[in-house]
Design a protein around this ligand. Sequence first.
Ligand code: HEM
Length: 392
Amino acid sequence: MTRKPDFHVPATEDFDSPHALFADLRGRCPVAWSNDLGGFWAVTSHADAKRVLEDWRLFTTTVQNVVPPVATTQRRPPLHLDPPDNIPYRNAILRFLTPQRLEAWHPRIATMVARFLDPWVAKGGGDICADFSFLLPIALLAEFFNLPPDDAERIRMVGSEFNMALQRQDLDTLRAKSDELYDIARSLIEDRVAHPRDPDTDPTASLLAVRVDGQPLARDLVLGALRQFLLVGIIAPTTFIGSMAVHLARHPEDHAQLTANPDLVPDATEELLRLYTPYRGFARTAREDTELGGRQIKAGEALAVVFTSANRDAAIFADPDRFRLDRPARDLLTFGRGPHMCPGAPLARLLLQEVLRQLTTRTARLTLTAEVEVTRWPEYGPLRAVFNATPR
Ligand code: HEM
C-alpha cells in the first residue's frame, strides 16, 4: 500500500547516519511509514518494539519477516512459523545451548578466535570483515553442526555471495545462492539419514529425531530450518565484530581500559551490543487493523522492528549514545524478545566476548585507514572496515 511517507530510506549511508535518522524518528514519529523497501512501518521506540515482538497473535512472522522482503516460496522454521509450530525446531537446537554445553565451548572458541585473529594482527591488520569476522562465525557454525571442512568452505563462499546480493538487492543471484544453501542443507540431511548420528551430539540428528504427536517433522521444514541456521548465525556476528573494532579505533581510551581490565569485557560487550545492534529489519505483518504508537496500521502491512533504534531509546537508556559501563541492568532488544528470541544468543555472547578480550589484549591500538563501508537493511554495521593493528 502507498501512503504519504514519514521518511525515506537514504540511498547512501555511513556508520553513524542510521543512528541520526532513528533518533529523529524516535523524537517526531516513533512508528513511521516509508514507501521504500517494499513499503513498511519502522517501529523505532523500545516500548513499541517490545509490544510488536510479544504480541505474536497480532503481529505474525508467517508473511513478511524481513525488510526488504526476500521473495521465497519456502518456509524456514523456526522464524517463519508462529507458536506453537516453531517450538519443536527451537527445542531441537536449544538443548545444545545449555550453560553446561556452553562451558565446554569456551576453550574451543578461544582457540578458534586466536586461529583467525593472530594472523590478522601479525600482518598489521587489514579488512577485519573479510579477513576475520566473516571467517570466524562460519568456523563456529561448522563445528556446531559437525560439518565436513568442504561444506564449511562452501558456506563461506555462498554465504558471502548471498550477503552481497542482499546488499545490492540482486534478486536473481539471491535466489541462486539461497538454492545453493538449500543444497548444502539437503546433503547434510541425506548424510544423517544414511549415517545416523546421536541426536544428543548432532543438531541435524536432533531435528530429525523430533516427534510431534508421534510424527517426525515434515522433511521440507527440517530442510528449511537447517537452511535458516546455516545463514542466520553468520551475518550478525560478522558486522557486529566490525562495529566493535570501529568503536575501539574511535575510542582508544575504551580500548586501553579493557586491555588493563579484561574482567570488564562481558559488560563492555553488552554495552556494544546495545550501541551497535546489528539487526534493524526483522519484520512482522499485522494480521488485523490496529493502532501502534498513535498510528493506524492496516492488516497486511509490514512492520520492521528496528532493534538498532530501540536500544538507543532515551526512555530506557539514559545518555543513549554514550558507551557506559555503569548502567544498571540493560533491557536489551539486540537478540529480540518473545517467541522468536534468538536461541543462539548465549553462544553469540560467548564468541563476541572472546573476540573483544583477544582484540584488546593482542592489540595496543587499532586505527581506521579508510572510510567504513556499511551494510544496508536488514542489517547495520560494517561490510568493510580496514585497520592498522598495532600488536601488543
Ligand atoms: C550477534 C549475533 C546475533 C544477533 C544479534 C542475533 C539476533 C537475532 C534476533 C534479533 C532474532 C529474532 C528475530 C525476530 O524476532 O524476528 C534472532 C533469531 C534467531 N537467531 Fe540469532 N542472532 C545472533 C546470532 C545467532 C547465532 C550464532 C545463531 C545460531 C547458533 C542464531 C540463530 C537464530 C535463530 C535460529 C533465530 C530464529 C529463532 C526463532 O524464530 O525462533 N543467531 N537472532
